[in-house]
Design a protein around this ligand. Structure first.
Ligand SMILES: NC(=O)c1ccc[n+]([C@@H]2O[C@H](COP(=O)([O-])OP(=O)(O)OC[C@H]3O[C@@H](n4cnc5c(N)ncnc54)[C@H](OP(=O)(O)O)[C@@H]3O)[C@@H](O)[C@H]2O)c1
Length: 332
C-alpha cells in the first residue's frame, strides 16, 4: 500500500460521527466509505462528512475495493460479527470497545486476524493520548516514588430511555462494558497483569434476565504487588478522574480522563504542578494515526494495545460479570 490509509466506517451512530471528525486531523488518512444497514443512513452520513462511497449493507463495505481498514462503530453485541465480516473481506479492523461481549467471541476475532495476517486493534483511544504518555513518563522517572496504587473512575448520568443501548441488555447495556472498560484498561496499562479482581454492582432491576449494571466497582490486585480501585456508573456524574499514587506523590488526570489536556503532579513536600498535554483533533485522531502507522509498517497489532491485552481485558470483564451476575444473550 502507498502512504494513504483508506478508511471505511461501519455504522452511522454517535461514535461513528465523532471518529469521522477525528480522522480529518490524521495525516495521510482518507475516509473513503461508509456502510450502514440502510442506504438512506449511509448516504446521509456520506453527504454530511464528505465520504465518496456509501454502502447499503455492512457486507458491501466489507467487500469494497479502495478500503484498507474498517472502523467498527456498532453496539457491543455486533462487534465480533462485524469484525469477522470485515476481516473476512480482507480488511484491517479497528473495533470499538468493548472489543466483544466476552472472551470467547474476542478469541475468534483475534484468531481470524492472525490467520489472515491482518491488522486488528481494539479502539481504546485513551492508550494513545499524550496525557497517558506523560503519566507513564512521570511514573518511570521516579518523581512520585514507588507506584503503589491507581484509582480510576468513569461515570455519567445516562439516558433513562429503556430502548437506548445503555439500558438494554440485548444491546449490551450497562455501565461495566460501556464505561468500566476505561478504568479497567487504564489500570491494566499502568500496573500490568491482574492476579485477582473483586467486584460489586447495583443492577437496574431484580429481574436477572433483563437487568444490566448501573453502577459497578471493582478492586484489582496486580502482579507487581500494586492495587487498583475502579468504578463506573451510568447513574452518577462522578469525577471521572484517574489518580496514580506512589510513595512520593501522585499524578492526576482530570475529569473524563480520556480527554484530558492537562495532568497535575502533587508531591509529598506539598508542591504541585500542572503539565499541559494537548491532544490532536477531538482525541480520536491519535488512535487513527497509530492504526495507520501499523498498516504502513505491516504490523498486525499495536505494541500499546496488543491482542493479548485485549483478550486479558475481555477475560477480566467476564470474571467481573460472573461476580455481579451480569449475563448477555451471546454468553449462552
Ligand atoms: N470510544 C468512545 O469514546 C465511544 C463513545 C461512545 C460509544 N462507543 C462505542 O461505540 C459503539 C457504538 O456506540 P454509539 O454510541 O455510537 O451507538 P449508536 O449511536 O446507537 O450507534 C450505533 C450504530 O450501530 C448501527 N447498528 C447496527 N445494529 C444496530 C442495532 N441493533 N441497534 C442500534 N444500532 C445498530 C447503527 O448504524 P446503521 O443504522 O448505520 O447501521 C447505529 O447508528 C458502542 O459499542 C460503544 O461502546 C465508544
Amino acid at each position: 500500500m502507498d502512504d494513504t490509509v483508506r478508511w471505511g466506517i461501519l455504522g452511522t451512530g454517535g461514535i461513528a460521527r465523532a471518529f469521522a471528525l477525528g480522522l480529518k486531523h490524521a495525516p495521510g488518512a482518507v475516509l473513503a466509505a461508509v456502510g450502514s444497514r440502510t442506504l438512506d443512513n449511509a448516504q446521509a452520513f456520506a453527504r454530511e462528512l464528505g465520504i465518496e462511497k456509501a454502502y447499503a449493507s455492512y457486507e458491501e463495505l466489507a467487500r469494497a475495493d479502495g478500503v484498507d481498514i474498517i472502523y467498527i462503530a456498532t453496539p457491543h453485541p455486533m462487534h465480533a460479527a462485524n469484525s469477522l465480516l470485515a476481516l473476512g473481506g480482507g480488511k484491517a479492523v479497528l473495533c470499538e470497545k468493548p472489543f466483544a461481549i466476552n472472551r470467547r467471541e474476542a478469541g475468534e476475532v483475534v484468531a481470524l486476524a492472525r490467520a489472515k495476517n491482518l491488522f486488528l486493534m481494539e479502539a481504546m483511544w485513551t492508550r494513545f493520548l499524550p496525557a497517558l504518555a506523560e503519566v507513564k513518563r512521570i511514573m518511570a522517572s521516579g518523581e512520585i516514588g514507588t507506584v503503589t496504587q491507581v484509582h480510576a473512575d468513569f461515570g455519567f448520568s445516562a439516558t433513562l430511555d429503556p430502548e437506548h443501548r445503555v439500558n438494554k441488555r440485548e444491546l449490551g447495556g450497562g455501565a461495566l462494558l460501556d464505561l468500566g472498560i476505561y478504568p479497567l484498561s487504564i489500570a491494566h496499562a499502568l500496573l500490568g497483569k491482574v492476579e485477582n479482581v473483586q467486584a460489586q454492582a447495583v443492577m437496574s432491576s431484580t429481574d436477572k434476565d433483563n437487568a444490566v449494571d448501573t453502577t459497578t466497582a471493582f478492586v484489582m490486585k496486580h502482579a507487581g504487588g500494586t492495587l487498583s480501585v475502579c468504578s463506573c456508573s451510568i447513574r452518577a456524574r462522578s469525577s471521572s478522574e484517574l489518580i496514580v499514587s506512589g510513595t512520593g506523590g501522585s499524578i492526576r488526570m482530570h475529569r473524563m480522563f480520556h480527554l484530558t489536556d492537562r495532568i497535575t503532579v502533587d508531591l509529598q513536600d506539598g508542591s504541585s504542578r500542572t503539565v499541559p498535554t494537548p491532544y490532536l483533533g477531538n482525541g480520536y485522531t491519535h488512535e487513527a494515526i497509530e492504526a495507520g502507522r501499523c498498516l504502513r509498517e505491516g504490523l498486525i497489532e499495536h505494541p500499546l494495545m496488543t491482542h493479548e491485552d485485549t483478550l486479558a481485558l475481555m477475560a477480566l470483564l467476564d470474571r467481573i460479570r460472573g461476580q455481579i451476575g451480569l449475563r448477555y444473550p451471546s454468553d449462552a
